[in-house]
Design a protein. Structure first.
Length: 273
């Protein structure tokens, strides 16, 4: 697996990481614990060194899962986790008070079975807490060694307007995953499929390869509960899109208007602030 350096931090990770949320939260029933652990360890065996979780995933259960899975190879991997929600519950509003950040760090360290968090970042901006206070608190955690660094599906072609999600799947409330939006956005997936066919790849691999081609410090963290999808995702790192491929994709993106907002209004109000 190729590696990349995140920003100017010097933190080196695999070119593609693993977003662990869906193993226990957000996309329907959780994967059986031992199956989820096996998937994470298969990712390590395949060269993945970057794993993303958060206290809010579960809440708490995802960090416990990741901690157990990675404990035997902790020194070979980079773990990212997040703070920012009141009591770790994404439905309870934001809370990035310095005392809360410190509480989250200590609890996350325990759940992750580790003595340091490699990458610690704010899940959503808390409008009631100045960013300087947030950054200063994490800087203190870095100084004492608890944190190392402060941070920053549809395109797989496996989903169309007839796809149904489990009743507790997060995508049920996402406008971009409504049947109408999926039908309208199928044009983009079909286009990626045509490029994928010439490379003996999947549309999802082309989407990830396109992301990797944008900047040398971009590291996608696609999530999955299936070993076959994990292998597909990691295969994207070996796809080298040509300048002509990239121009084709950019032209198509300019021509195709993606339908559906990224988040429903109540979540969008807390993002990108």
């Amino acid at each position: 697996m190729q590696t990349r350096t995140l920003g100017k931090s010097g933190l080196e990770v695999s070119a593609i990481g693993l977003g662990c949320m869906g193993l226990s939260f957000g996309y329907g029933p959780a994967l059986p614990r031992q199956d989820a652990i096996a998937l994470i360890r298969s990712a390590v065996a395949a060269g993945v060194t970057f794993f993303d979780t958060a206290e809010a995933y579960g809440p708490f259960s995802n960090e416990e899962l990741v901690g157990e899975a990675l404990a035997p190879m902790r020194d070979r991997v980079v773990i990212a986790t997040k703070f920012g929600f009141r009591d770790g519950n994404s439905q309870s509003g934001m809370d990035s008070r310095p005392e809360r950040i410190r509480e989250v760090a200590d609890a996350s360290l325990e759940r992750l079975k580790t003595d340091r968090i490699d990458l610690f970042y704010q899940h959503r901006v808390d409008p009631n807490v100045p960013m300087e206070d947030v950054a200063g608190t994490v800087k203190d955690l870095i100084r004492i060694g608890k944190v190392r660094h402060l941070g920053r599906g549809f395109l797989t072609g496996k989903i169309d307007e007839t796809t149904t999600f489990a009743k507790d799947d997060f995508r049920n409330i996402v406008p971009r995953f409504s049947p109408q939006a999926r039908r309208a956005n199928r044009t983009l997936v079909d286009f990626l499929d045509s490029i994928a066919a010439t490379r003996k790849a999947t549309p999802g691999q082309i989407a990830l390869a396109w992301l990797l081609a944008q900047k040398p410090w971009i590291v996608p963290i696609p999530g999955t509960t299936k070993l076959s999808r994990l292998k597909d995702n990691l295969g994207a790192a070996s796809i080298d899109l040509s300048a002509e491929d990239l121009r084709e994709i950019e032209t198509a993106l300019a021509r195709i208007k993606v339908q559906g907002e990224r988040y429903p209004p109540h979540i969008a109000a807390r993002a990108d602030r």
